[in-house]
Design a protein around this ligand. Structure first.
Ligand SMILES: Cc1cc2nc3c(=O)[nH]c(=O)nc-3n(C[C@H](O)[C@H](O)[C@H](O)COP(=O)(O)O)c2cc1C
Ligand SMILES: [Fe+2]
Ligand SMILES: [Fe+2]
Length: 402
């Protein structure tokens, strides 16, 4: 297979099992929120046996390319089952078109997905609602449906192909980054996959870490072999399927990491200087620090570095009697993404009445976050006493994470 002709081509996974997904180098922001500097793939799979099943579709603008991939293997009109693991339009956008072609196909999905399909598309094909762990024979091959609620939506399931030991895991174990003809973990630079899959998990599925943990337990509890993990975004794992299970397990685990993440806003540099002073103190105490200026780090990277931090430090100037708007926006993400409760440290500067740090503290305490003492609040340049307070704060933070 030559790379110059692979972009729209299928790829064989094992006998009768094919990758027919597409790369997206067009969408700038996933969900119109999260940057895609390396693109993204929408993975779809074809299982060819006495009956033919397609597993998930692709985002609607790539429908033609996807159909071309399928046509290299079978006539789309001959498809018997359209398995929809997840109703999000990045995986179901091509459903109306395949429904026009494969008029005799049956859509296979969960009860919750059925309700969504009616309101999203209502294509009018035959449907088969599957229970958790229900099986469907394709002839010699058998599909088993494993409900994995809230990875990523309430209707989500994974599909296990028993004879070939392939787990089509949908959004679980996915990654950002287009594939560009390299579909397998042994063909890709895993350093890139490590950072792109962590960023994917931390931005898309953050609110549902608990459900990721449950899904991993459930998959392990099936007691079946897994030779391939074939998710709905990113590479297929065949060399080392446990790599992705273990990493997703670690990244979604309730046990936080030992690093500290400082996130600050600053208009004229006062908070920047405080942030650097605190960073220096922490580093001297042997603490690993990640630091983001909220005005030019993108929110996806801030969230990825903050979500597992043992302590999060927020620094803010007072801005029209409130915290710096972008810091407020991050705090809002912490709530929306259901960040696990953990100690938060605060610092800030003000010109007159202040209010930035005070309002952050009130809001975070109302949301059950513990606020570490002391809150360092200065008028522009810190006094000697305030410098001492930074040292004390650094010590208190270090005690928690070390
Ligand atoms: C647009 C703007 C609005 C501000 N609003 C307030 C305010 O409502 N209350 C206050 O005490 N200080 C206010 N300040 C003063 C800043 O909080 C103060 O100068 C701070 O030290 C700036 O820190 P920075 O350089 O890290 O942004 C304001 C400053 C600016 C530029
Ligand atoms: Fe999704
Ligand atoms: Fe997805």
């Amino acid at each position: 297979m030559h790379l110059e002709e692979t972009e729209t081509m299928h790829r064989k996974i094992t006998d009768g099992v094919y990758y027919v997904g597409v790369d997206d180098h067009h969408t700038a922001l996933f969900e119109n929120l999260w940057p895609l500097p390396f693109g993204v793939s929408y993975n779809s799979y074809l299982v060819v046996d006495d009956k033919i099943a397609v597993i998930d579709t692709v985002k609607n603008i790539f429908t033609q390319e996807w159909l071309d991939n399928i046509r290299e293997i079978v006539d789309p009109e001959k498809i018997d089952y359209i398995v929809l693991n997840h109703m999000e339009p990045d995986h179901t956008g091509a459903l109306p078109k395949i429904a026009e072609l494969a008029k005799n196909a049956t859509i296979v999905f969960t009860q919750k997905a059925a309700g969504m399909e009616e309101s999203f598309y209502n294509v009018g094909l035959k449907t088969k609602v599957v229970e958790d762990l229900e099986e469907l024979s394709l002839g010699k091959k058998t599909l088993k449906f494993v409900h994995v609620q809230f990875v990523h939506w309430p209707e989500t399931m994974a599909t296990y192909l028993a004879e070939d030991e392939v787990l089509f895991s949908c959004d679980a174990f996915g990654s950002f980054g287009a594939l560009n003809g390299k579909h397998f973990d042994d063909e890709i630079d895993m350093r890139m996959i490590e950072s792109e899959s962590k960023r994917y998990l931390s931005t898309i599925i953050t609110s549902y870490f608990k459900f990721v943990q449950r899904a991993i337990e459930k998959v392990k509890g099936l007691g079946v072999g897994i030779k391939f993990i074939a998710p709905s975004h990113g590479p297929i794992y065949r060399k080392d399927p446990t790599w992705v299970i273990d990493h997703f397990d670690k990244w979604s685990s309730p046990e936080l990491d030992k690093h500290v993440t400082i996130i600050f806003g600053s208009m004229y540099g006062y908070n920047l200087r405080l942030a650097h002073t605190l960073k220096k103190e922490l580093v001297e105490l042997g603490v690993e620090v990640k630091i983001h200026n909220i005005s030019y780090s993108t929110m996806d990277n801030v969230i990825t570095d903050a979500v597992r931090a043992g302590v999060i430090v927020l620094g803010t100037p007072t801005y029209d009697a409130f915290p710096f708007p972008k810091i407020w926006a991050f705090v809002n993400e912490m709530e929306g993404k259901r960040f696990q409760k953990r100690p938060i440290a605060l610092f800030g500067t003000h010109g007159w009445g202040g209010g930035g740090v005070r309002k952050l503290k009130k809001y975070l305490e109302e949301n059950k976050f513990e606020i570490l003492e002391p809150n360092v609040r200065c008028r522009a340049t810190p006094t000697e006493e305030e410098r001492q307070a930074i040292k004390t704060l650094a010590k208190n933070i270090a005690e928690i994470v070390k």
